[in-house]
Design a protein around this ligand. Sequence first.
Ligand code: NDP
Length: 499
Amino acid sequence: MSKVERAASSALQEGEPVWGYADAPESTDVVKLEDRYGLFIGGEFVEPKSGRRFTTIDPATEEPLAEVADAGPEDVDLAVRSARDAFDGGWRDLPGSERAKYLYRIARMLQERSREFAVLESMNGGKPIKESRDVDLPLAAAHFFYYAGWADKLEYAFPNRRPRPLGVAGQVIPWNFPMLMAAWKLAPALATGNTAVLKPAETTPLTALLLAEVIREADLPPGVVNILTGAGETGALVVGHPDVDKVAFTGSTEVGKIIRRQIAGSGKHLTLELGGKAANIVFEDAPLDQAVEGVVNGIFFNQGHVCCAGSRLLVQEPIFATLVDKLKERLQTLRVGNPLDKNTDIGAINSRAQLTKIEELVQVGIREGGEMYQPECVLPERGFWFRPTLFTNVSQSHRIAREEIFGPVLSILTFRTPEEAVEKANNTPYGLSAGVWTEKGSRILWMAERMRAGVVWANTFNRFDPSSPFGGYRESGFGREGGLHGLEPYLELDGGGRV
Ligand code: NDP
């Protein structure tokens, strides 16, 4: 070990030594940033007709990274036209086995350039490199591999239902998993023979633009994928374009509702993957140390910027004090800081706006009587940071127990009986995910049957797999992404099946 720091920690007995971690930063040399980027339309990077650009920054340093284009109405129109031409001009009729070849190629290229993508993802989004390297990128490639496998088997997936592509998909994605969300959207759309216009989030456009480069190198026919950077207005233009047949959106419930209203009556197909306020439920017979890891992963993974985050912890009363003590101890060991450091557990908050939202809701939590705990840790001077935070003394009516904070903030409540756990877990307008921690298999099944959530994890949390469908109920949206279910929203099928 080249450099080992000996540091004192208030978490330990006085005089007790602790060995700190040496810095282990990932090099950024692998990333070659342009000063300015165009829009990816018809297989080429083009200047925006809008003439507008904006600066994208590194949220860990607030340093500018590049200038990107802000697509306006003319740009959106060009992109949709290009997607339509590609659809009519051959992509829709290409044999599935041929479409699959492109998807396999993209998947392999993502694997080959995985480090470059991971570093860029962390630079532009603030997430720890160990997550972008070990979760986001492998999963993004896995989605392309997985849907490549389905491309020539649609007739078997939907027997006697004549699966047909819908046409042009307008896809709008958020900033919390930029590459992974791009893969969730593009892979099933292309596998089923649709073409796409994708809009990444305003704060995280850079990996989508790198993906555009990969798509070009993979020789995907021009116009099959078009990538438009911009803000919410660009998203609204994509969604509202009359020649878009299918809208797929991941983001806030608020914008999901706007989109639903915007396209009502237009005949467009729609899937919405929206917010959540998931319950992570720990029974007294659960293996506590594993549960602590699951709870930490459930809420602090990706700074809590996760729609399915386990942001409401429900603990059975007899183990409440023990579990909270263990959690506090574990929080003291979490390392907050440079996203590019391989030892970092919690990186930067994605934007100043998101940091302000987290800070405001935490203040509300305190005002409403919640008892806050944060470990002592030194935060970097520049950039957007928030300490991992726990709240006890929370009741169901508190805003921090009801609203999606989308940050590293956990609200802890208690329950006595399984029935009470079910009632409290389901007492939310959302319904995206839930977690159950118990030794008893029968209790897992009993709980899973009663949870009103799209995904229920048992003795684990935040596990994703391309073959497993993901999506919500009620204010968490509708339609499924992933698995066989994820093909259906991109297909016209005899006998219905329209989402
Ligand atoms: P948004 O829902 O506003 O953003 C998601 C995507 O939609 C972005 O690409 C955004 O563009 C775009 N968009 C915004 N307005 C429109 C519109 N009217 N029509 C079409 N597209 C639009 O989320 P925010 O980024 O504003 O985050 C706000 C809150 O939403 C967070 O605090 C969090 O609680 C929640 N959220 C939930 C997510 C989830 O997966 N459940 C993901 C992201 C946020 P742009 O980025 O340029 O504004």
